[in-house]
Design a protein around this ligand. Structure first.
Ligand code: HEM
Length: 473
């Protein structure tokens, strides 16, 4: 658990879940952050109400005229009706403004950073950003379990949707300029957050005990949003990549934070907390200290995540032990014990350390051979865009998992018929599943095991060979 008083003084060493740092006067005090819990993105909430009213009117008209129903897509409604209403015009101008601190070249470099360390970034986000930080941020998880998207059955879809957004905002510079694909996706997500907030607040009006606003703040509040942006851009720099053995350069850190400062701006999150690397680091550390507390709900979200990921179809299947070893490697035993994650055996740790060696080796090769780096960045960009953004079931970030009283996600064991993907995968690769089942690992781990055994064998052979030569002389 975090070791500190809740009011550390400048110069105090603060330790939170295995990460320690010196508290300074630039860190955010509890009294400073607490009011942010009751603040939220009012312009998106007002715009949402207007869009709903416009849609209701259009619905009436279409019924009377017998024409087709108006679009459900809030972004399309906003774009088409921004001239009809002052609030919509203001919101449109806000999301399409480019702050003067935006430097497109810098943001383009940051987008490349995501693909340069793609595997480490993705595994880091899943194991640290999601399992640890998201699960242990009480206000955030309370919202998440009220939207059914965090049930084991739906979680994969939700993770893919978030991943889709991440790929859209890192695809290319035109994608995040106003009107670009990543920009539009972010405006949609902003309106989606406003819908989640509106729905939960509506339910609270008739059932005040539905969501504890005093304790957790307004749903999707300003503090939680700052925290989420920090998870996306600060955690990879200081809590994730270094654990894999990758140390981003100071320029890479500055670029990546600048990218998410801008994305946060489009999403309606205050940007001053990310205006420099030092400020962003202080923001991350302050939230790590004030906000990370595990609750029963954290355990539910972490449990469902492990159930979902370990039941992916072949070839994506990853063993539970591998996820647990990775989580413990990155987040430490203390937090993982709190989240009730299992304790895996030595093999899982060996495999995860092989994964880290592989990630570091590729990173070094990329630094040595710029043409290899270019090839990897271009291919991964294409591959991920094709596989995730252009997939048939791509999302338009509609409000799918609508909170209802009495509906709350609990711990759920995975069932074989839970997703269509799982069914397809299982049926077509029974042989592989059986093979991996014998070893209790997934294909990626099997490949790591292979590399580990072969490189271990080669090293041993090399050593024996050198000894032979030495003895010969
Ligand atoms: C500011 C940084 C944030 C980013 C970049 C972000 C990103 C996203 C994305 C990409 C989606 C779409 C996924 C989908 O359609 O399933 C989404 C949905 C959602 N987000 Fe966020 N989010 C942020 C902050 C938050 C916060 C602070 C909360 C809650 C406390 C939250 C709660 C939700 C919920 C409940 C949904 C799903 C809505 C549904 O059921 O369809 N998000 N977010």
């Amino acid at each position: 658990m975090a070791s500190f008083s809740s009011h550390p003084q400048p110069g105090d060493r603060v330790s939170s879940w295995g990460y320690s740092f010196i508290w300074t006067s630039d860190h955010l005090r509890k009294e400073e952050i607490e009011p942010l819990r009751q603040q939220y993105d009012t312009s998106a909430s007002l715009a949402l109400e207007r869009l709903q009213a416009i849609r209701a009117t259009l619905m009436e008209e279409s019924k009377l005229k017998g024409t087709s129903a108006p679009p459900n897509d809030l972004y399309v409604l906003l774009r088409d009706h921004r001239g009809d209403d002052e609030i919509l015009a203001q919101f449109w101008a806000e999301v399409n403004t480019v702050p003067d601190w935006v430097n497109w070249e810098q943001l383009a470099r940051a987008q490349r950073f995501f693909y340069r360390y793609a595997i480490a970034n993705i595994v880091g986000f899943a194991l640290q950003g999601f399992v640890a930080e998201n699960s242990a941020a009480p206000g955030v998880v309370e919202v998440l379990v009220r939207t059914g998207g965090f049930s084991t059955r739906m979680l994969l879809g939700r993770l893919l949707s978030t991943f889709q957004w991440l790929i859209q905002v890192t695809h290319g510079i035109d994608s995040i300029r106003p009107g670009g694909e990543g920009h539009i996706a972010s405006v949609r997500v902003r309106l989606l957050h406003a819908s989640v907030r509106q729905r939960i607040l509506q339910l609270c009006r008739t059932r005040p005990d539905y969501f504890d606003i005093e304790r957790f703040g307004v749903p999707v509040n300003t503090l939680d949003s700052i925290h989420s942006i920090a998870i996306f851009c600060c955690n990879p720099m200081w809590l994730q990549l270094p654990k894999f053995g990758i140390q981003p350069t100071p320029d890479e850190v500055e670029d990546y934070i600048a990218l998410f400062r801008y994305v946060g701006f489009v999403l309606g999150t205050p940007t001053s907390y990310f205006e420099s690397v030092e400020r962003a680091k202080c923001t991350m550390e302050s939230l790590l200290m004030h906000e990370l507390r595990t609750t029963e709900t954290s355990r539910t979200v972490a449990f469902n995540f492990v159930e979902c990921v370990t039941n992916l179809p072949t070839p994506f299947h990853i063993s539970k032990a591998f996820i647990e070893a990775g989580s413990r490697w990155i987040n430490g035993d203390e937090l993982c014990d709190e989240l009730e994650l299992g304790k895996p055996g030595l093999l899982a740790y060996l495999l995860f350390s092989s994964h880290c060696v592989l990630v570091v080796a590729v990173a070094w090769l990329q630094r040595l051979l710029p043409s290899l780096e270019e090839l990897l960045i271009t291919s991964l960009r294409k591959l991920m865009y094709g596989g995730v953004v252009q997939r048939k079931s791509r999302t338009r970030f509609e409000f799918k998992y609508i909170p209802r009283t009495g509906k709350r996600v609990g711990k759920e064991a995975y069932r074989v018929d839970d997703t269509a993907t799982a069914k397809g995968g299982r049926g077509s690769s029974q042989l592989w599943s059986t093979l991996f089942g014998i070893f209790g690992v997934g294909p990626y781990e099997m490949a790591l095991l292979f590399v580990f055994v072969v490189s271990g064998g080669a090293m041993l052979g090399g050593v024996l060979g050198v000894m032979q030569i030495v003895r010969g002389y």
